[in-house]
Write a protein that binds this ligand. Structure first.
Ligand code: ADP
Ligand code: ASP
Ligand code: MG
Length: 450
């Protein structure tokens, strides 16, 4: 059994869905379970609906709903599945529900994380039945399964934590019998439900994570992530046009790249696969004949496998000549971040200061207020991180020197080599991230050998 996840562009319109259906049909012999994202761009529009409605712009919200309704029904028509009465009725019902939600939000004048999840989950609730119908149309015995019956989560709306034991139980109850009967279950990614049945989401880009959680729950032989690029590349091709395909990469390298900006995988995707030792593949649904990227434990070690970067990072600095050296202070400082559910990416310390980077700035005000107990706190927004990732990086003095030389006169604010020697992170000005990525890429992948 394999889990095959198709991202937004792989189900963006009828043509893409038909291509995706063909890919699934070609894999019937491997007993696929299909996980699908929303039609490309839908989740952004849904979030806008929630925000506009809550801001009193009900007309704007309803007009976006109409635009999405037209697009989904056009897709149903173009796929030739408009004679599927159940699909057409259920799609209409979902759009009516969405309109009611928007009206309720506009009355309340407020959108909570819980109600935003109700709205933003609609993309996958709409897309999965359409993909199932497209599969059935070409003779694949597809069965739509509401992912909320299987993806059990906490009630941390907007970033719900999956409950692996419950998910495994639900997969055994609802998915495996279908697979054994030769059927192809089709589920939306990204969405889940609490024990009380309230709809949740796993956070943006979370469909990859859904796929790996389902794969781990069912001991799949492979997890396939189908997207719009040939696989994992040596850098984001939108930033570095010369980025190259990585044929084989280690789990730990892929996880580092994902958490430092390689959007091709949601940062949490790797962990469930690692726990069960399930290989993850990344393929291009526009070029299914490509070899893609294979992610496993045992790719040969390289000093530099790839480069990632992200912007809109904040650096939080705490300075105190007296307190930082005191035992327990570091713990207390990190507890502030933990209490505020904010994860820290890069850390640098000196005798009198500690600097950390965060990319989720939602709770920054509270964090700063609580950190003031330890000394002077300053926040530098608009920074960026560039990460150089390779399992052999820590042992390669040449690579380290080459990286710093490549950055030339770009201003460096922080620098850190992970304890495992797999990741060199560099904090630069936000608007220098892309330039830094291109310089590093040129130094390691264009011309010289890594
Ligand atoms: P999907 O909708 O299929 O989940 P995403 O947009 O989430 O697709 O992820 C694919 C995108 O990730 C690519 O189009 C590419 O621009 C970006 N990306 C960033 N870093 C990398 C990388 N190292 N390798 C491949 N793609 C990357
Ligand atoms: N549709 C969701 C998003 O856009 C999840 C995903 O595509 O992975 O964030
Ligand atoms: Mg994605």
């Amino acid at each position: 059994m394999i889990v095959a996840k198709f991202g937004g562009t792989s189900v963006g319109d009828a043509e893409a869905i038909a291509r995706t259906a063909g890919i699934v049909r070609a894999r019937l012999g491997r007993a696929p379970v299909v996980v699908t994202s929303a039609l490309a761009g839908t989740t952004n529009r849904l979030i806008e609906i929630g925000q506009q409605a809550a801001a009193g712009q009900l007309i704007v919200a309803l007009s976006i709903i109409e635009e999405l309704r037209a697009r989904h029904f056009a897709t149903i028509d173009d796929l030739g599945v408009a004679d599927d009465i159940e699909l057409v009725t259920d799609t209409g019902v979902l759009f009516d529900e969405l309109a009611h939600l928007a009206e309720a939000l506009s009355v309340l004048g407020d959108v909570t994380p819980r109600s935003l999840d109700a709205v933003s989950s609609m993309g996958e609730r709409l897309s999965a039945p359409i993909v199932a119908a497209a599969l059935a149309r070409i003779g694949v015995p597809a069965v739509f399964v509401d992912a909320r019956r299987v993806m059990a989560t906490s009630d941390d709306f907007g970033r719900a934590e999956p409950r692996p034991d419950e998910i495994a139980m639900a997969c055994r109850a609802h998915l495996l019998p279908l697979v054994r009967a030769g059927k192809v279950p089709v589920l939306g990614g990204f969405i889940g439900a609490t024990a009380q049945g309230v709809t949740t989401t796993l956070g943006r880009g979370g469909s990859d994570y859904s796929a790996s959680l389902f794969g781990a729950a069912m001991d799949a032989e492979a997890i396939e992530i189908w997207t719009d690029v040939d696989g994992m590349l040596t850098a984001d091709p939108r930033v570095v046009p010369g980025a190259r395909l990585i044929e084989h990469i280690r789990f730990d390298e892929a996880a580092e790249l994902a958490s430092f900006g390689a959007k091709v995988l949601h940062p949490s995707t790797i962990a469930p696969a690692v726990r069960k030792g399930i290989p993850v593949f990344v393929f291009n649904s526009r070029r299914p004949e490509g070899s893609g990227t294979r992610i496993t434990f045992d790719a040969p070690r390289r000093p530099v496998r790839a480069i990632a970067g992200k912007t809109r990072i904040a650096v939080v600095k705490v300075r105190s000549p007296r307190m930082l050296a005191a035992p327990g202070t570091m713990r207390a400082i990190f507890e502030v971040f933990e209490r505020n559910r904010t994860s820290v990416d890069v850390v640098a310390t000196s005798e009198v200061s500690v600097s950390v980077t965060v990319d989720d700035v939602q709770h920054l005000e509270a964090i700063v207020a609580q950190l003031s107990a330890f000394g002077d706190v300053s926040v530098e927004r608009g920074r960026g991180i560039v990460a150089l990732v390779g399992a052999g990086l820590g042992e390669s003095t040449v690579s380290m020197a080459r990286a710093l030389a490549a950055l030339g006169d770009l201003r460096l604010h922080m620098l850190s080599l992970s304890a495992t020697g797999i990741n060199l992170t560099l904090i630069v000005d936000g608007d220098a991230v892309h330039d830094a990525m291109r310089r590093l890429h040129a130094a390691f992948f264009e011309g010289g050998s890594a």
